[in-house]
Design a protein around this ligand. Structure first.
Ligand code: G3H
Ligand code: 13P
Ligand code: ZN
Length: 351
């Protein structure tokens, strides 16, 4: 089957009460790791690439690697998503490259550093929704801003500043009506990267109750949790035991993500945990044999370590066992769906 629109995966997850991990990729081993885990657990897949990832890997390599994943896994529905598109142009170029889903992150300006106002966010997001839905591609928007910086992306908000940029449920409701996004990323106190919380997070800093409130107001919108790596102590310790330095830090506990999934979270973004797993495995391999210089001897274990994290999350979020159950639609088939949806919305407005 070809790459599928992300919307059909999110809809199936909502109908059946589970969540989908969305894993970031930059190279072949990471794509292979996700597919190994998906095959083992019969999981539908969301692969996502940031702007940095597209630049690092080159769109053509990425496109062909994804086509290889599709070819080798004909029974697994796979969606390819642009993570944190910074402008309509970035989203359009992703669509041109065959991505079946795009995120227009209008919560920040084009540089990806400065939080922007509601009007700007609606304007750029609506523009992307119009163009993407016309070709059946899914759109994720974001309201509120996350903390941290990854590869130059992010406002660099710390744990305290993040509290000032949490998603306002009134804005979330208006934003979905004003833009028509398929999925909405919300800011609930998480940050990108490994340094999310200085202590185990309580409800004071990780606002799961905000998710519950937003879901009450928007029961039909698929919610997205960014910055959702759990930063497990075991993975940190492998790095520390083999010459790496990572100070004390905490992520988002899997239990809290599961609580989110009970309240409308359908997409859970994970990059850092896989980075930690791969780095630990590579450090361990170098430590075990300082004479080794065959990349397969350290990239192989890195791929295994990432696959183990992916498998754990796929099982914990409930997506395991669902790949074969999804009735696949193509982007082309989604065009008619979006047409019907927008004429319904126009009729509602008239009344
Ligand atoms: O958005 C954050 C993801 O972890 C991607 O990170 O921009 O360094 O590829 P990146
Ligand atoms: P982590 O840094 O917590 O893995 O989050 C990744 C993410 O949100 C990508 O958009
Ligand atoms: Zn993110």
């Amino acid at each position: 089957m070809p790459l599928v629109p992300m919307r059909i995966l999110l809809d199936h997850a909502a109908e059946n009460g589970y969540g989908l991990a969305a894993f970031n990729v930059n190279n072949m081993e990471q794509i292979q790791a996700i597919m190994m885990a998906a095959q083992k657990t019969d999981s539908p897949v969301i692969v996502q690439a940031s702007r940095g990832a597209r630049k690092y890997s080159n769109d053509a390599y990425l496109r062909h690697l994804m086509l290889a994943a599709v070819e080798l896994n004909p029974k697994i529905p796979i969606a390819m998503h642009q993570d944190h598109g910074n402008s309509p142009e970035t989203c359009m170029s992703a669509i041109k490259q065959g991505f079946t889903s795009v995120m227009m992150d209008g919560s920040l300006d084009e540089s990806g550093k400065v939080p922007m106002d509601y009007a700007y966010n609606v304007a750029v997001t609506r523009k992307v929704v119009e163009a993407a839905h016309a070709v059946g591609v899914t759109v994720e928007g974001e309201i509120g801003a996350l903390g941290g910086i990854e590869d130059g992306h992010g406002a660099g908000l710390d744990e305290e500043e993040v509290k000032l940029h949490l998603t306002n449920p009134d804005d979330a409701e208006r934003f979905v009506a004003d833009t028509g996004v398929d999925a909405l990323a919300v800011a609930i106190g998480t940050s990108h990267g490994a340094y999310k919380f200085k202590r185990k997070p309580t409800g004071e800093v990780l606002k799961m109750d905000l998710i519950e409130e937003i879901h009450r107001r928007l029961p039909n919108t698929h919610l997205v949790m960014h910055g959702s790596s759990s930063v497990p102590e075991e993975l940190l310790n492998v790095i520390r035991m083999h010459g790496g330095f990572i100070p004390e830090t905490y992520g988002v506990p899997v239990k809290e993500i599961q609580r989110g999934i009970k309240h409308g979270v359908r997409k859970v973004n994970i990059d850092t945990d896989n980075r930690l797993a791969m780095t630990g495995a590579i450090r361990r391999a170098f430590d075990a044999d300082p004479n080794e210089f065959d990349p397969r001897k350290y990239l192989g274990p890195a791929r295994e370590a990432m696959a183990a994290v992916c498998e754990e999350r796929m099982i914990a979020f409930g997506q395991a066992g669902n790949a074969g159950k999804i009735k696949v639609k193509t982007c082309r088939q989604m065009v008619a769906f979006y047409r019907r949806q927008s004429s319904k919305a126009a009729r509602r407005k008239k009344r």
